[in-house]
Design a protein around this ligand. Sequence first.
Ligand SMILES: Nc1ncnc2c1ncn2[C@@H]1O[C@H](COP(=O)(O)OP(=O)(O)OP(=O)(O)O)[C@@H](O)[C@H]1O
Length: 384
Amino acid sequence: MIRFEQVGKRYPDGTTAVDGLSFEVSEGELVTLVGPSGCGKTTTMMMVNRLIEPTSGRILVNGEDIASVDPVQLRRRIGYVIQQVGLFPHRTVLDNTATVPSLVGWKRAKARARAAELLDLVGLDPKTYGSRYPEQLSGGQRQRVGVARALAADPPVLLMDEPFGAVDPVVREQLQDEFLRMQATVRKTVLLVTHDIEEAVRLGDRIAVYGQGRIEQYDTPGAVLGKPATPYVASFVGADRGLKRLSVTAIEPEDLEQPPVARVDEQAQSAAERLRVEGARWAVVLDEQGELQGWVKADELTAGGTVGELAHRMNAWVPVGAPLKQAFGVMLQHDAGWVAVLDGARFLGVLTPAKLHEALRRSVDADVLGVPRGQVDFDSVADA
Ligand SMILES: Nc1ncnc2c1ncn2[C@@H]1O[C@H](COP(=O)(O)OP(=O)(O)OP(=O)(O)O)[C@@H](O)[C@H]1O
């Protein structure tokens, strides 16, 4: 969708902002550009909507060399969100949001209806906020209007320059979550600039890590954290990259262990006998449908009645697909040696600390080899 071919930008004073940039962003992909101040992120982005012209190489959007596209036409196809938002102070929130549709000639009623829809999408009730002026909003709300306005003409491409930079960390995280939810619906092709590696990892399908004027690594968050390409990238992502990786690695069914199981309607004594033979000290309790009903200790099964009557409630559980970090958090919260993993209500297995560690190490290799995690042989990563 967006393709950089050996793109460079040298300013008249001799500063080389970027050099030899070659990378591609696929349709519907969210790519974050991350790096220290002055490394060329904003320059890269502004060359895509021709606010800055490259001095070498070329940029293709949807297969077309943008040097030959009228800049005004080009910008209508590319939404642009900046940190200072740049809302018009004398226009209401609704009119601000409707700016681009109005510019491209939509009827006023249609443009305003679309604007209201988008305000809703970014979590602002148009009835409450539509008639306000920008100064009557909080910083976070202004950012949301900025995003709504950029989406108004339904551009296939979105450029975002530190879009969540001007708000406090809590609101920032909220905006990031909302943006991810929204992106899951609208699937725009997005280039997002940030100097914050946490944000880059959280939002990006892929990350371009910038050194001075060039990309040091272009890869998935998992690979950047798991296998930094250079010492520079390693130091930029930080010594706690293993921990950061926990938050981008999802639990998969093959990471799970199958623990001893007892049926909810089974007689406690026969379950106790079976667990004794298996050498199990506890079991998860499932019903006919394979749904989790709790857990029991083997030595509690000596009383009469059914397993279900003796089962404890199982609070330590996470949904499959949740990040490993969440499972780890739940383990610590409940002081549990394992957490149950569910698909809806269905029990899939348990994640133990050893399995969690294995999943993390396997996922590094899977990212690097570009294969699903299940295809990585654990022996091959055991010495990694
Ligand atoms: N008009 C200009 N003339 C000369 N040099 C410029 C000009 N604009 C930017 N630069 C230089 O180009 C380099 C890259 O700037 P750019 O704004 O792309 O960096 P950035 O990574 O976005 O930084 P930040 O995170 O601080 O915004 C910097 O060294 C900057 O000083």
